[in-house]
Write a protein that binds this ligand. Structure first.
Ligand code: NI
Length: 275
């Protein structure tokens, strides 16, 4: 693990990710064919709880080992999240890690999460293995998942799926012949892929210098404790078009109000899943 390169990490992450986002690889192939070029990845996003050994600080130490440095900090008050984004030069995808501020939830929510995180191997702290940890805590029962879900869609998703890439993102601004995110969305809709419409199909404005869209989290059958299986939203694929700022440079950050809506791509209610 010590000698892992950035490319190797993303390759392993993509493999795991496409297992619970079965739409991602067909979409990548479709867009690549239409564009006549390989798809470039803008960023990969991770979710975690703000409790060590799995907190944001631990992720920052881990990704620092591959030369990534923190570039931006974000707050999502309503969803009770904070996030950092990290960069390692323009030739590598950005890494976006958010953490749930667990202390802002009910005592029973906190108890469930703490009980899970207590079971995590402390060796994960600051290790690159964090990014590939799968679910480092015991499987939750479906009724625990439902309980977490009633307070935080994010918290419930994380309990079920653990530490893994929550989404990869197509860098639309790096495409060769597809000109805009509107065109990407049109291609996907005519191919029948379901898009997240929370906050509009395309999130952000030209003034933000960042336009984003995403599919809805693919419905997948997932195992819970007690040998139960249920259909829940897995991961989604994102599309980002970065625009030039007044000084001529490409905008490199994230827009809180757009990211806030992108988080909802794994929402059970919005996605129309039965409970
Ligand atoms: Ni994203």
């Amino acid at each position: 693990m010590a000698k892992m390169t950035i490319d190797e990490l993303f390759k392993m992450l993509w493999k795991e990710y496409t297992r619970i986002c079965p739409d991602a690889d067909p979409i990548r192939r479709l867009l690549s064919k239409q564009d006549g070029a390989d798809i470039v990845n803008d960023h990969v996003a991770f979710r975690t709880y703000n409790i060590e050994p799995v907190g944001l600080a631990s992720f920052e130490t881990a990704i620092g080992k591959l030369g990534y440095a923190r570039k931006g900090e974000y707050m999502f008050k309503e969803k009770k999240l904070r996030a950092f984004h990290f960069e390692a030069g323009d030739e590598h995808p950005k890494v976006f890690v958010s953490e749930l501020l667990v202390e802002n939830f009910s005592p029973s929510f906190q108890k469930t999460v703490k009980r899970m995180v207590e079971r995590v191997d402390s060796e994960l702290e600051g290790s690159l293995k964090l990014f590939l940890a799968d679910r480092p805590w015991p499987m939750v029962y479906y009724d625990e998942y439902q309980e977490l879900l009633s307070e935080s869609e994010y918290g419930a998703w994380l309990a079920a799926f653990g530490l893994r890439a929550n989404h990869f993102t197509v860098a639309v601004h790096k495409m060769k012949s597809i000109a805009s995110i509107e065109d990407v969305v049109k291609i996907l809709q005519s191919a029948g892929f379901a898009m997240n419409t929370s906050g509009g199909l395309i999130k952000g404005t030209k003034a933000d210098c960042l336009l984003q869209a995403s599919t809805l989290g693919s419905k997948i059958e997932w195992s819970f404790a007690g040998e139960e299986k249920h259909i829940i939203p897995g991961c989604y694929y994102e599309f980002a078009e970065r625009l030039r700022q007044a000084d001529g440079t490409l905008y490199g950050g994230f827009v809180e109000k757009s990211a806030d809506k992108i988080f909802e791509s794994t929402n059970v209610k919005r996605s129309g899943y039965s409970k």
